[in-house]
Design a protein around this ligand. Structure first.
Ligand SMILES: N[C@@H](CCC[C@H](N)C(=O)O)C(=O)O
Length: 281
């Protein structure tokens, strides 16, 4: 009898399952990830964090979208996985380094129960090559691009993973649901892309709606928040400290003197799940 156990956490309503290979026997296959993430017939999640894999003194995590594809990075995923590492006793320090497919990030726990963290997300990159965009050269800042029904002003940002920030006067969930699939699967982005609709409220506040690659509409995104704030910062629309307002709540994004990006926000533990023996059958 093989019992599969998972933990569930969320960051501002962006929910993830933790699959710890040290507690379970086998690695999850693409089809199993899809089944687990289904809202009505599975456990339901915006993604799966598989780890920790402990190698050469590095702590590694793999990030999977609900369609089974692997993401290079996830901001909420990093905070969620960090809380799990604390809760499960893997990490005892106040600061530690976590390795994602896109390289390492530095995490600082801001309180005893690891429910709030500040993460050094590295630098935003705006080059077409950093998101493997086709048909563009150099930085993709404030480009007018046609998607489905209209021209949109976009700024593309790699936060380790690819993001397309669409600047708009008014944003809504319906607009994200309408435009998201066209942007995600556009011919310009053969690796697909995450989309953020972004409304700049003032120099300290922006509002975003998110449509994620491999996941669809989500309540919040850490890399999405950093990408949108970075786009607004690059365009000179915001200062060095930006509150990013999303359906699920707010993340603070800060820029250092050299434009290094820091993300601060919460994580909540939901519970532990043991799958029915025949769940994958
Ligand atoms: N929810 C995330 C981003 C997850 C990965 C994304 N869907 C991708 O494929 O890049 C976040 O909080 O950053």
């Amino acid at each position: 009898m093989v019992l599969v156990t998972l933990k569930k956490y969320h960051g501002l309503g962006n929910d993830y399952l933790i699959y710890d290979p040290n507690q379970n026997r086998e690695l999850l296959q693409e089809r199993q990830i899809q089944l687990l993430c289904r809202r009505n017939t599975g456990v339901g999640a915006d993604g799966i964090l598989s780890g920790p894999v402990l190698e050469n003194e590095k702590i590694k995590v793999r990030i999977f979208n609900p369609d089974g594809s692997e993401a290079e990075r996830s901001g909420n995923g990093i905070r969620i996985f960090s809380k799990y590492l604390k809760d499960a006793g893997y990490v005892k320090e106040k600061c530690y380094e976590l390795w994602t497919k896109a390289g390492p990030v530095q995490v600082e726990f801001l309180d005893e129960d690891a429910s709030r963290m500040k993460v050094d997300m590295g630098y935003a990159a705006f080059g077409a090559d950093s998101i493997h965009a086709v048909g563009f050269e150099g930085d993709m800042i404030n480009e007018s691009v046609f998607f489905c029904d209209n021209f949109y002003n976009i700024t593309c940002v790699s936060m380790g993973n690819p993001n397309c920030v669409v600047m708009m006067e008014e944003i809504s969930k319906n607009k994200a649901l309408h435009l998201g699939p066209y942007v995600e699967n556009s011919k310009y982005f053969p690796n697909r892309i995450n989309m953020q609709l972004c409304h700049v409220v003032d120099r300290e506040n922006i509002q975003i709606e998110i449509y994620e690659r491999g996941a669809g509409y989500t309540y919040a995104s850490g890399t999405g928040a950093c990408a949108a704030a970075s786009a607004a910062h690059k365009l000179g629309l915001v200062g060095n400290r930006v509150q990013v307002h999303m359906q699920g709540g707010d993340l603070l994004v800060e820029f250092a003197e050299d434009d290094r990006v820091f993300m601060t926000g919460p994580v909540v533990y939901i519970g532990s799940i043991t799958l029915a023996e025949n769940f994958f059958a």
